[in-house]
Design a protein around this ligand. Structure first.
Ligand SMILES: [Mg+2]
Length: 148
């Protein structure tokens, strides 16, 4: 089975840095991303991902987080779930890309399908993404409140 996990709000608890971008006049995305190394793992979701990997499922992580913090993100993932997530492919928002996540991830889905990776299941927190995945015929599980 092919499974895609979102990162922020799904595998990583980013609530401590949300104040920088949510409900503010001028979101500070740079500062928001720079603090990602301080996120705590959302253990039930990390545990789900690691068990799916151990059982031979293919896992990818698709995140709207900017690639400017790719190194920090990889370090965080390596230290998470006893390193089980190390082998998961990580797709990140290209630097300077400001597209809405629905547009960005729709593009990734199209590319993935063309390359033969068809997600069977997606775990995600954001409601509008869940709605999008379901509109694409993909089973999508929402792991948290996601009306933002
Ligand atoms: Mg998310």
């Amino acid at each position: 089975m092919n499974v895609v996990f979102d990162l922020d709000g799904t595998l990583a608890d980013c609530q401590h840095r949300n104040y920088l971008v949510h409900g503010v006049e001028k979101p500070d995305w740079y500062a928001y991303y720079q603090l990602c190394g301080l996120d705590t793992p959302i253990w039930p979701v990390v545990e789900l991902a690691t068990n799916l990997i151990r059982r031979g499922n293919r896992i990818e992580i698709w995140t709207g987080r900017s690639a400017i913090v790719r190194a920090d993100t990889e370090d965080w993932l390596n230290g998470c779930g006893l390193g089980a997530l190390r082998g998961a492919k990580l797709l990140m928002r290209p630097e300077g890309d400001c597209r809405p996540d629905t547009e960005l991830k729709a593009r990734w889905l199209a590319t993935a399908r063309e390359s033969g990776f068809v997600p069977d299941l997606i775990i995600e927190d954001r409601t509008r993404m869940i709605d999008f995945w379901r509109s694409q015929g993909i089973v999508a599980l929402q792991c948290a409140e996601g009306n933002f």
